[in-house]
Write a protein that binds this ligand. Structure first.
Ligand code: HPA
Ligand code: ZN
Length: 327
């Protein structure tokens, strides 16, 4: 109980959470009722069962079904504010949230509806919940270089307030990171930070590509690095943080249990590790829960738990002096 209280009281930041994946079950159920025929359950208990994933690809299929329920600025606004409320309750006052504009555009949502919902949600998050949100616009990798180009164009043309980074998500298998190099180069030249997913479902070669070809400032997941000591040393030396999402990895069956998670190995090698939720309600995850799970599995002391929270602040793209003030 005291560990729980300690984690709850700790100021935390969240660096890897997908907006679509942050939808509360009640919100998903309401959206499903509003859009009959989507195949998404309208009953929260049934939804919980529906959020039981056989593997990573099954998870993505479910994720895309939820995404297709989002139609307008009000839907986006509701998701953003719901996420901020969930974060505020966990003493998390800053989050970098991944949005995939190309997917919403493909699903028929006009770009200005998306941007308007993000902007109004972000304003309400700050005013009502005291939570500062930053955006990562990411490429849905499975849709190839066309998606890469259009995501870049959208990001740089619209440049919404709070946009700090450029990402790459979706499946890794069969979706080489290097093909997206030109878009990451342009995004970085425009001042956005590089945060591709890599090494979530594949090994160290993908993470090497993320750092070499995409200039990763941080790596989404990156747990596939654990088997490559040279890569671990590289990440430590360059201070490239991994956005580790332990519960996500268990729920998509990349890892058998929290106890078997490579996070211990990453920490032992001095790699900057941040703890994150990825798609919290879909995985039954909370930010506090991730800290608790890792603290119990690794037997961390209170000081070590606080160090983990500080590692996230250090790896964040909060502008100075706010970043240092949180440390
Ligand atoms: N990996 C890749 N794509 C995703 C994820 C993830 O963890 N979550 C939502 N889209
Ligand atoms: Zn992710």
């Amino acid at each position: 109980a005291s560990l729980r209280a300690l984690v709850a009281a700790l100021p935390k930041v969240e660096l890897h959470v997908h907006l679509v994946g942050s939808a509360r079950p009640g919100t998903v159920a309401a959206l499903a009722r509003r859009h009959p025929g989507s195949g998404v359950p309208t009953d929260p208990a049934e939804l919980a069962r529906w959020f039981t994933f056989r593997d990573f690809d099954h998870f993505l299929t479910v994720y895309w079904a939820v995404q297709s329920l989002l139609r307008d600025r009000a839907d986006i606004h509701e998701l953003v504010v719901g996420l901020a409320a969930d974060l505020a309750r966990q003493n998390c006052r800053y989050a970098e949230v991944t949005v995939t504009p190309y997917n919403h555009l493909l699903d028929g949502m006009p770009g200005d509806e998306l941007l308007s919902g993000l902007a109004s949600g972000r304003a309400e998050a700050a005013a009502e919940h005291g939570v500062e949100l930053a955006w990562c616009f990411d490429i849905p990798g499975e849709k190839g270089t066309k998606a890469g180009r259009e995501t870049l164009v959208f990001a740089l043309r619209e440049r919404p307030e709070g946009l700090v980074s450029f990402g790459l998500g979706g499946p890794e298998v069969g979706v080489g990171r290097a093909q997206f190099a030109p878009f990451f180069t342009a995004a970085r030249e425009a001042g956005l930070r590089s945060v591709p997913h890599a090494g979530e479902t594949t090994g160290p070669a993908t993470v090497w590509s993320a750092v070499h070809d995409l200039g990763a400032d941080r790596v989404g997941h990156g747990i596939g690095s654990a088997t490559d000591p040279r890569l671990l040393e590289y990440l430590r030396e360059r201070d490239i943080a991994l956005e580790v999402c332990p519960t996500s990895n268990v729920r998509t069956r990349q890892v058998a249990s929290i106890g078997a998670h490579p996070v211990r190995r990453l920490l032992d090698h001095g790699v900057p590790v941040t703890l994150n939720t990825d798609d919290p309600p879909m995985f039954g995850a909370t930010l506090d829960g991730e800290y608790l799970a890792v603290a119990s599995a690794l037997g961390l002391t209170p000081a070590e738990i606080a160090d983990l929270a500080r590692a996230s602040v250090r790896a964040s793209f909060l502008p100075e002096p706010r970043r240092t003030a949180l440390l």
